[in-house]
Design a protein around this ligand. Structure first.
Ligand code: G16
Length: 560
């Protein structure tokens, strides 16, 4: 096999965002664009790329199989020893993490733009995960970016032909050394891991019904993303749910035109299907299977920040935690602080990290973190180093099987014990970048001016007194790396707060996220609609930030 060195020129903007490089498919299809980035990854992880084993797969979106083929040819030319590839390029993000860890691989390349729409006119993405199975830390992504700015050539074996349409081992001779591609079933390793974490018999009993108990009726929506085969195997074949209780379970390269983001706006079909009360629990996942949304009967919505807190308080329903114990908890800064109250009650450490799952990895690796989550519909534990949508549903089913109560009752009882952290997020998607950047600069300047401390802001009957504001900064307790400018927080005397940050996962333009939160103690008003409860605070956030003036938007694209 002949290795060929191809001359190339750098492209601007190959800077990975919150989780990898995400751009329009057409951007990745430009001459050498994808090749440059793959070469930059392999060069950045040198010398370990030489003789290394990498896991490769993605969410099944358009352009994935072509990029897998390129990765095989470029990896072989760069001295990689072995690739473990998902059949037909399919591997969910949690499965990649599981497989990297199980087979002690050097790392993995995940082909996904997560919850962004797919197809020839939509998005593609590439991210690198390290040997702990988690998204590469900024030291690695910065190194990749720096290399992408100066790249002059890449190495490839154009004649290497390798099929990923059947499972098995394929061997090639490159430079007198053996190069192996192993194509694997995407589901089996992940299924084994789930079986080692949860009590499948108990969940099966719940779903099928037993003694005098009727079946617990679930509806799972894979939104035509990668979770389809996992859902079929786990919920239908293994746990006995009727086959029509899972929908959109064939991965499609354009997600069938859906926007595979499991929230109340884009997963509205699930919301509608649950409204008439037929189902006891509904769940949806995003394109690559790491996000989850959970609904109770009649589409009772579980906010992800509450979901995390409920699981934290009930980990003794899950064999994995009974066996391994519960270390600390963590959430991203914008995530509602409901879990902080559980941590305080249980006497556990609580970490507040910037947005991005990669910030949880170090804490898990040193054994200080068991359960973590983010408001962006991410929940997970130290069983892998990615958030895990299917794991989250199995965790909820374990709790329900154990306490024998409905989703709504579990959550209401939780609020009655801990009080309620009302939480909402407003997204303003696809705005023009420049005015958004300016809004953030102005906002930071205004709210961090010492003269605003103590200032009163009134909306309707509510008066908020500004206590403190900053742009969130984080020093990793383990490697001491410092990450700055992670969102502008404005805190008020009564414990309410709002946060503004720009999304790091979009492929073009800018998305502003506004997060608002307030706390009501158990004896107080805990059953109000979150939108009603938080409206005055949101009003003030819009006023202080002048968002409507900067963006020309009078309403958000998505409200959670
Ligand atoms: C990614 C990260 C998450 C993070 C989210 C934030 O999610 O993996 O840890 O919470 O981005 O997105 P944004 O920067 O748009 O607010 P995913 O599911 O897109 O990989």
């Amino acid at each position: 096999m002949n290795i060929v060195q191809i001359e190339t020129k750098p492209y601007d903007g190959q800077k990975p965002g919150t989780s990898g490089l995400r751009k329009a498919v057409k951007v990745f299809q430009q001459q050498n664009y994808t090749e440059n980035f793959v070469q930059a990854i392999l060069s950045a992880v040198q010398p370990s790329a030489v003789g290394s084993t990498l896991v490769v797969g993605g969410d099944g979106r358009y352009y994935g199989p072509e990029v897998v083929d390129l990765i095989i040819k470029i990896a072989a030319a760069n001295g990689v020893k072995k690739l473990i590839v998902g059949l037909k390029s399919i591997l969910s993000t949690p499965a990649v993490s599981c497989i990297i860890r199980k087979y002690k691989a050097t790392g993995g390349i995940v082909l996904t733009a997560s919850h962004n729409p797919g197809g020839p006119n939509n998005d593609f993405g590439i991210k690198y995960n390290t040997s702990n199975g988690g998204p590469a830390p900024e030291s690695v992504t910065n190194a990749i970016y720096e290399l992408s700015k100066t790249i002059t050539s890449y190495k490839i074996i154009p004649d290497l032909k390798c099929s990923i349409d059947y499972c098995g081992h394929q061997y090639f001779k490159v430079d007198d050394k053996e190069f192996e591609v192993e194509v694997i079933d995407p589901v089996s390793d992940y299924l084994q891991l789930m079986k080692s974490i949860f009590d499948f018999d108990a969940i099966r009993k719940l779903i099928k019904g037993s003694d005098n108990k009727p079946p617990f009726n679930i509806l799972i929506d894979s939104m035509n993303g990668v979770t389809g085969p996992y859902v079929k195997k786990i919920f239908i074949d293994e746990l006995g749910a009727p086959s029509n209780n899972a929908v959109n379970i064939i991965p499609l390269s354009d997600f069938g035109g859906l926007h595979p983001d499991p929230n109340l706006t884009y997963a509205d079909a699930l919301v509608k299907a649950l409204q008439n009360g037929t189902y006891d629990l509904g769940a949806a996942f995003d394109g690559d299977g790491d996000r989850n949304m959970i609904l109770g009967k009649k589409a009772f919505f579980i906010n992800p920040s509450d979901s995390l807190a409920v699981l934290a308080n009930n980990l003794d329903c899950i064999p994995y935690f009974i066996k391994n114990g519960v270390k600390g908890f963590a959430r991203s800064m914008p995530t509602g602080a409901a879990i902080d109250r559980v941590a305080a009650k249980l006497g556990k450490e609580l970490f507040e990290v910037p947005t991005g799952w990669k910030f949880f990895g170090n804490l898990m690796d040193v054994g200080r973190l068991s359960l973590c989550g983010e408001e962006s519909f991410g929940t997970g534990s130290d069983h892998i180093r990615e958030k895990d949508g299917i794991w989250a549903v199995l965790a909820w089913l374990s709790v329900i099987a154990n306490v024998n109560e409905s989703v709504e009752t579990i959550l209401t009882k939780h609020w009655k014990t801990f009080g309620r952290n009302y939480f909402t997020r407003y997204d303003y998607e696809n705005c023009e970048s420049e005015p958004c950047n300016q809004m953030m600069v102005d906002l930071e300047k205004n709210v961090t001016d010492p003269s605003v401390i103590g200032q009163k802001f009134t909306s309707g009957q509510k008066v908020y007194i500004l206590k403190q504001a900053d742009n969130f900064e984080y020093c990793d307790p383990i490697d001491k790396s410092v990450t700055i400018k992670q969102g502008i927080r404005v805190l008020f005397e009564d414990g309410s707060r709002f946060v503004f940050r720009l999304s790091g996962t979009g492929s073009s333009g800018a998305t502003i996220r506004l997060y608002a939160e307030s706390y009501e103690p158990p004896s107080s008003n805990i059953l109000e609609d979150a939108q009603v409860a938080l409206k005055p605070l949101v009003q003030i956030a819009l006023e202080i930030s002048k968002l409507p003036q900067f963006t020309g938007r009078n309403a958000p694209t998505v409200i959670t």
